[in-house]
Design a protein around this ligand. Structure first.
Ligand code: FRU
Length: 497
């Protein structure tokens, strides 16, 4: 039965959708129907369709009591809105249905696993938050919360685990057994990822610490995901309060991939390599699924907790998802590229080969704000250059830049001149591995964002772009002559016509 709170949220969303024009949204980056969204949740295959849920507060563009919004897709680009799946309407989740995941069960039901948040009084005027893991079962539209929730409680924590920071279960199935990885904070304020197992999704047993931060990468680790990829195991987590380390890890909220082995006997992860997943500003709480054809696909919240006060003017929504990305391992690193399904939305294509660039210049066919553009830069034979720059979302006054510094082998994404009226972090710089001044930059532009993929997906960097979508010019420049090849496709979506 639908609770009053869920009914109210659904009706509210529906009434807003009546007057919201999809043309006022990003063209191909998902937003909530209305209001606030954060983490992707329950990104999974169910009965042949890809479902995505998300942290949702429809009533305002600020974070609030967490509901689970719901959409599904066949191609990761066109999303169909479904009724809100859960509201914080039960004794075990009255303060919020926090992040979690989903899995299809052998009996055809879909199980949602999430963090139920409650509060208990703890001294004068202080409430202590309790976070425990809950489940709900449904048919892809309607979900019933298990009345015996929570299914993983504070009693299932290791002795120094904090019940105030125990959240974001990521569930998967291996043979007859369900596993789930859950974020926890130790009393030393250092993240650990705990592993649990179950035969039925309801009775869970603590297995072990899958991996621990050991005070190295930020403090608490949020939103774990754990999967096999090309013979390696990958643990993705989003650390809070990271300190910078070279140009690999930036300060604040980040998302990192720990790549290594896994011992199925002891259930221990064996760490070999750690990297940033995305070097931009707006990327957090990534979650993956295995697609029907075996691809590992990742989606993330295209936002950052540090800048949530920086709202776009006049938007009825806050928060977007990245375009889903395909993942693979190459030379011990996790690579990523936009889902290939995006190519079905390419329209007019323009190809330029061997264009000389030096003084700032534009090309007649190269402009727009919904683009999939690949630029390959190479030096003119025998000549060295120091930097190459692309300015986009440019209206003559405001613009955003991608700069390749060939002398240091760094790429810089810089939106400090995009016209945004907040003094916040606007620049990110990261190392790339280029040889002899050659670099490939694949740039996905949408009306309010850029996603950059360098050298076939070795690095990715994502940023919101706050310039009015009418700013659509693209220019190229270098400190001395370079040669570029360009393949540019306009992206067209029938819902934007
Ligand atoms: C990460 C996060 C999760 C939590 C959710 C609450 O962005 O803090 O750890 O479950 O957001 O909305």
């Amino acid at each position: 039965m639908t609770s009053e709170l869920l009914e109210k949220a659904r009706k509210y969303e529906e009434s807003c959708l009546e007057y919201i024009d999809d043309k006022d949204r990003p063209a191909y980056h998902l937003t909530g129907g209305v209001g606030w969204i954060n983490d992707p949740n329950g990104f999974s295959l169910y009965k042949g369709e890809y479902h995505l849920f998300f942290q949702y507060h429809p009533y305002s563009i600020k974070w609030g009591p967490m509901h689970w919004g719901h959409v599904k897709t066949e191609d990761f680009v066109r999303w169909e809105r479904l009724p809100i799946a859960m509201a914080p309407d039960s004794p075990f989740d009255g303060k919020g249905c926090f992040s979690g995941s989903a899995v299809e069960m052998p009996d055809g039901r879909q199980m949602l696993m999430y963090t139920g948040v409650t509060e208990v009084a703890s001294g004068a005027n202080i409430n202590l938050q309790i976070q425990q893991q809950c489940v709900a079962f449904g048919d892809g539209t309607e979900y019933t919360k298990y009345e015996g929730n929570p299914v993983i409680t504070s009693d299932d924590l290791p002795s120094d685990g904090m019940v105030t920071d125990f959240r974001d279960p990521k569930v998967w199935k291996e043979g007859d057994t369900y596993y789930c990885a859950v974020s926890n904070n130790s009393s030393e304020d250092s993240g650990v990822i705990l592993l649990y197992e179950s035969r039925d999704g309801i009775h869970w047993k603590y297995v072990t610490v899958l991996e621990a931060n050991r005070g190295q990468y930020g403090r608490m680790w949020e939103c774990p995901d754990f999967f096999e990829l090309d013979g390696k195991h990958v643990l993705i987590v989003s650390p809070m309060k990271m300190r910078p380390a070279g140009l690999e890890f930036h300060a604040g909220y980040g998302t990192i991939a720990l790549i290594g082995g896994y011992d199925p006997e002891t259930h221990k992860f064996i760490r070999e390599n750690v990297q940033s997943v995305d070097y931009g500003i707006d990327f957090y709480a990534a979650q993956t699924l295995e697609a029907k054809d075996g691809r590992r696909i990742m989606i993330a919240w295209m936002q950052n907790w540090t800048t949530i006060q920086c709202e776009f003017e006049d938007h009825f929504y806050f928060g977007q998802m990245t375009l889903p990305r395909e993942l693979w391992i190459e030379n011990g690193r996790m690579y990523q590229r936009p889902v290939r399904e995006l190519e079905n939305y390419r329209s007019a294509g323009t190809v330029y080969r061997n264009i000389f660039v030096h003084e700032e210049m534009s090309l007649p066919q190269v402009r727009g704000r919904c683009l999939d553009m690949t630029v390959r830069v190479k030096p003119v034979s025998g000549k060295k250059y120091s930097w190459f720059r692309i300015n986009f979302a440019d209206d003559g006054e405001y613009y955003t830049s991608i700069i390749y510094d060939a002398s240091s082998n760094h790429v810089r994404l810089d939106r400090s001149r995009c016209g945004f009226p907040y003094d916040i972090v606007n620049v990110r710089e990261f190392p790339v591995s280029c040889c002899d001044g050659e670099i490939e930059l694949r740039i996905l532009l949408d009306r309010y964002s850029v996603e950059l993929f360098v050298n076939g997906g070795e690095q990715a960097a994502t940023m919101l772009v706050y310039t009015d979508p009418s700013a659509d010019s693209v220019t190229f420049a270098a400190d001395s002559e370079v040669l570029i090849d360009i393949e540019k496709f306009d992206l067209e979506f029938e819902w934007m016509k």
